[in-house]
Design a protein around this ligand. Structure first.
Ligand code: DX5
Ligand code: ZN
Length: 222
């Protein structure tokens, strides 16, 4: 099933609860939360306290995308804050197997994220452990960037592997998902669509979420 995950990175942080509620009314089913540390990526955003606040204002699952160094050190804090899904970058985890086990052990759904330059085939062995694989279709760090076209080949490759290995992990795509790209992204095989700018950028998250989801679901039926 195609789902929309509004990314609060582009939301108005002074009105976060309202923004999340509007995105939910527009059809968002999980909230995507971008955690950046100024080291792994050249930007700083938020951490467990904001996740704990979000937890109080929405019942939707919180999908926390860790763009940080040494993510293992922070896994318990995100679990305590109420994160439901937690993803770590392949590039930040020398002991990825351990990181994924730790996330599962803390009661969250584990995901692995690949930067644009990281090949899908590198994660073949750990695919049975993950709930989702997140394909970055921009270099992480900022909202509102342009979709990198070869990400579509990576989504297709991952969808083919999933079929071949008879696995059930979800394929999530993050970066530049908008009206001009969503059809191709869905047809390539993605089922979880993260969108920041396309949902929050114009200040009408409910309408814009709904329109994007409608376009995505139409593309899935083509
Ligand atoms: C970028 C973040 C994304 C970001 C996507 O590093 O991981 O989740 O919010 O933003 P858009 O949809 O604007 O490209
Ligand atoms: Zn993200």
């Amino acid at each position: 099933m195609i789902e929309l995950l509004p990314s609060i990175l582009s939301a108005d942080f002074a009105h976060l609860a309202d923004q999340v509620a509007a995105a939910e009314r527009g059809g968002g089913t999980t909230i995507h939360v971008d955690v950046m540390d100024g080291h792994f990526v050249p930007n700083i955003t938020l951490g467990p306290p904001v996740v704990a606040s979000l937890r109080k204002v929405t019942r939707l699952p919180l999908d926390c995308h860790l763009m940080i160094e040494n993510p293992n050190e922070y896994i318990p804090a995100f679990a305590d804050a109420g994160a439901n899904w937690l993803s770590v970058h392949y590039e930040a985890c020398p002991h990825l197997h351990r990181s994924l086990e730790l996330i599962t052990h803390h009661g969250m759904k584990p995901g692995v994220v690949l930067n644009p330059a990281t090949r899908v085939d590198l994660i073949l062995d750990i695919l049975p452990m993950v709930h989702h694989v997140l394909i970055m279709s921009v270099n992480p760090g900022f909202g509102g960037q342009e979709f990198i076209p070869f990400s579509l080949d990576k989504i297709r490759r991952l969808a083919a592997i999933r079929k071949e290995l008879r696995l059930a992990f979800r394929i999530e795509v993050d970066g530049g998902v908008a009206h001009d790209t969503v059809e191709q992204v869905v047809q390539a095989g993605a089922d979880l669509l993260v969108a920041g700018n396309a949902v929050f950028g114009a200040g009408q998250p409910e309408q814009d979420a709904r329109a994007l989801l409608t376009a995505a679901r139409a593309a899935a039926k083509m």
